[in-house]
Design a protein around this ligand. Structure first.
Ligand SMILES: N[C@@H](CCC(=O)N[C@@H](CS)C(=O)NCC(=O)O)C(=O)O
Length: 289
């Protein structure tokens, strides 16, 4: 295990530090997170969006502490400790664990559904139209996790000695982003048009991290400039609208540390020497954890 993965700065900074401090008091709902982690940011955004009371607990997931593994045998963040209302928590404790960012986000959206938590982040309702919309959202949430996110790491971890040229990796990311943008509704910037949803949340953390590709990789993200997009003009324009809105979303800004800190943390990815599970899976070409 490389030392750097365990020598990350230990705390969030900037806006994320403020948010963490405001949620440092003991609370039965606990989010175990790492400030640098995009999967954690998904869950943190949902907590912020829905005005849910919780405690934020910063941990380093590369240190597999026994108490952490007892909650999440996969040893990954985000991990959520959910209050067990019936007292029937794990091993007699008063909480039950949940993990996997998309599962955690859906749980929070469903469990905190009262009017004080605002509009649901996944369309509710039992009508066939609602059921279809919910399924369509899940489809594109899955597209983010199974297509966009792996393509992001393939490009960020691309190094000149790789057999596959950087252009191939870049095209892979473009293809996944265009497929996503091509499905977006009109009438507002979000995936569902005027309505902000979990589909937006799923991609927001990587949208915020695209600057790392510009910082580290020759040619950067490389989305063609306006007016030079040929047959993709419309779809990239729609992407721009979404991107400009998501990076300005309050919950996204509030869960963000200093950019310099991400640049330092992601150097191991850019050099393709990270020992993280995500990094190793990208190197091997296997499914991300
Ligand atoms: N599929 C998981 C992925 C979570 C994940 O990979 N988290 C990283 C931090 S960004 C982690 O905990 N890594 C620890 C390790 O690689 O050992 C999710 O969606 O929650």
């Amino acid at each position: 295990m490389a030392a750097v993965d365990t020598s990350l700065p230990t705390q969030p900074t900037a806006a994320a530090a403020k948010l963490a401090a405001a949620h440092s008091a003991d609370h039965p709902l606990k989010l175990y997170g790492g400030w640098f982690c995009p999967f954690v940011q998904r869950a943190w955004i949902v907590l912020a969006e829905k005005n849910i009371p919780y405690q934020y607990v910063e941990i380093n997931p590369y240190h597999k502490a026994p108490e952490f593994l007892a909650l999440n045998p996969r040893g990954l963040v985000p991990t959520l400790a959910v209050p067990a209302a019936d007292g029937q928590g794990q091993a007699g404790k008063h909480h039950k664990p949940l993990y996997e960012s998309s599962v955690v986000c859906e749980y929070l959206d469903e469990a905190y559904a009262g009017p004080e938590h605002g509009e649901a982040l996944l369309p509710r309702g039992d009508g066939l139209g609602d059921v279809y919309e919910r399924a369509r959202c899940r489809l594109w949430m899955d597209h983010v996790s199974s297509r966009v996110v792996p393509a992001f790491y393939r490009l960020l971890q691309h190094t000149p000695e790789k057999e596959e040229g950087i252009e191939v990796a870049r095209r892979g990311l473009h293809g996944a982003l265009k497929a996503f943008a091509g499905e977006m509704d009109e009438g507002g910037p979000w995936f569902l048009g005027a309505r902000f949803s979990l589909v937006d949340v799923m991609l927001a953390p990587w949208a915020k991290r695209l600057f790392l590709i510009d910082h580290y990789k020759q040619g950067g993200v490389g989305i063609p400039k306006k007016g030079q997009r040929g047959e993709d003009e419309e779809v990239w324009n729609r992407w721009d609208r979404w991107f400009e809105a998501i990076v300005e979303r309050q919950s996204v800004k509030d869960t963000w540390s200093d950019e310099e800190q991400y640049i330092a943390a992601y150097k191991r990815y850019a050099d393709d020497t990270t020992q993280s599970e995500v990094g190793a899976a990208t190197r091997k070409g296997t499914r991300l954890p």
